[in-house]
Design a protein around this ligand. Structure first.
Ligand SMILES: *Cc1c(COP(=O)(O)O)cnc(C)c1O
Length: 396
């Protein structure tokens, strides 16, 4: 059956793909060894670095984010290496499982799935490790299962205070291009990114921003790697090319995404995300629900995970909203299955998409008979009105 009107894709990634990017994807595929491609490759490889706030190489893979997770591990580590991984939620635990499958000894530092990385705990564990057995610390910047953003600068300070040489590997798959991030300044060794969230592209590209320290470690690391080899990439990238067929059309679209981010200004993009998150939380508070994140300063600008009162099914609510309003919301992952739903507010959106999303949720709550205080949409509108206008403020 035809569903009239535009689908609201309000999951926390993939995010809505704007028309200029869709148009770029529809352009004819070009010769990936021809002169036009060389120019495109050189341009996107150079300009993507600004999104990571780095001067160092960014490697681009034709893969989902999971591929870039694997690339970060196999380039830097050897079989049996000991790594410390902080479990902020579902995505962090998937990364731990991957490390174990690759033959890495992952020490998991458990979290409560309602707050971010505890930098002091990691610092204390590293200080204890006088033999420097721990080769890397792996964390997720924006935990997409819980809506919690961790303080990477604080983690860097804790690692420095412990005087420990471990590499710092950070997953920014759902924060890149949506939340302030500084690969060089925060001394991150490998930053893992993906195309389908803040960068507004469809799924299909992923990234490793790589420090000199990580490249030095890679020269000695012995986990098998071929497709993911950084140095083959970096050598070919020097002239704007790739060692194998890149995702040509996705790179054409990436150039457009970079144009869009530059034209809005990264700082304005980050403000727009924070504003949408605050408005969404105003609605959630008004309804009388809890967010999964319980630390005020750690609420994610990218998504809000909402806990439903006991005895109500988040999946049934999502199904109702999809059928009624043609809107997709994110499900609860792992142990949060059916208890939580996740509202994405990332990538290409404006105020009406935020209030439209919230009205869809509120109509769904009423239809399902889930007790809540009505008027969440008004609370969100008031939050947005009291919070400036990203468009008008940026134009001043
Ligand atoms: C989406 C996401 C991933 C997984 O990326 P895929 O593209 O699905 O492989 C990993 N980590 C985080 C934090 C994510 O949000």
């Amino acid at each position: 059956m035809n569903s009239p009107g535009r689908h609201f894709l309000q999951i926390p990634g993939p995010s809505n793909t704007p028309l200029p990017i869709l148009s770029a994807l529809a352009m004819p595929t070009i010769d990936h060894r021809g002169p036009d491609f060389g120019k495109l490759g050189a341009e996107v490889l150079s300009r993507i670095r600004n999104v990571f706030q780095t001067e160092q190489p960014v490697v681009i893979y034709p893969a989902s984010g999971t591929g870039a997770w694997e690339a970060a591990l196999v380039n830097t580590l050897s079989p049996g290496d000991h790594v410390l991984m902080y479990q902020t939620g579902w995505f962090a635990s998937l990364w731990c499982k991957m490390a174990a499958k690759l033959g890495i000894e992952a020490e998991v530092m458990a979290g409560d799935w309602r707050s971010g990385v505890e930098a002091d705990r990691i610092g204390a564990r590293l200080a204890e490790d006088r033999a420097h057995a721990i080769k890397a610390v792996c964390v997720v910047h924006n935990e997409t299962s819980t809506g919690v953003t961790s303080d990477i600068a604080a983690l860097r300070r804790a690692m420095d205070a412990a005087g420990h040489p471990a590499l710092l590997l950070v997953d920014t798959i759902s924060s890149l291009g949506s939340v302030e991030y500084r690969h060089d300044e925060w001394g991150v060794d490998v930053t893992v990114g993906g195309s389908q969230k803040g960068l507004m592209l469809p799924p299909g590209l992923s990234f490793n921003a790589v420090s000199q320290k990580a490249r030095t470690a890679a020269a000695k690391a012995r986990l098998p790697r071929a497709f993911w080899e950084w140095e083959d990439m970096i050598a070919a990238n020097a002239r704007g090319y790739f060692p194998y067929t890149p995702a040509t059309n996705m790179l054409q679209a990436l150039k457009v995404a970079l144009d869009m981010l530059d034209s809005e200004g990264l700082a304005n993009v980050f403000t727009r995300h924070r504003r949408a998150a605050e408005a969404t939380r105003a609605a959630v508070r008004h309804w009388g629900f809890e967010t999964q994140c319980r630390v005020e300063a750690e609420h994610s600008p990218v998504l809000t995970a909402v806990r439903l009162p006991e005895g109500h099914s988040a999946d049934a609510l999502r199904a109702e909203i999809l059928a009624r309003s043609n809107m997709s919301l994110g499900n609860g992952l792992g142990p949060l299955n059916d208890q939580v739903f996740r509202i994405g507010h990332l990538g290409d959106f404006h105020d009406l998409m935020v209030t439209g999303t919230i009205s869809g949720v509120e109509m769904g709550l009423a239809a399902r008979g889930i007790p809540h205080r009505t008027g969440g949409v008004l609370a969100a509108m008031q939050s947005l009105a009291g919070n400036g206008s990203p468009v008008l403020d940026a134009a001043e």
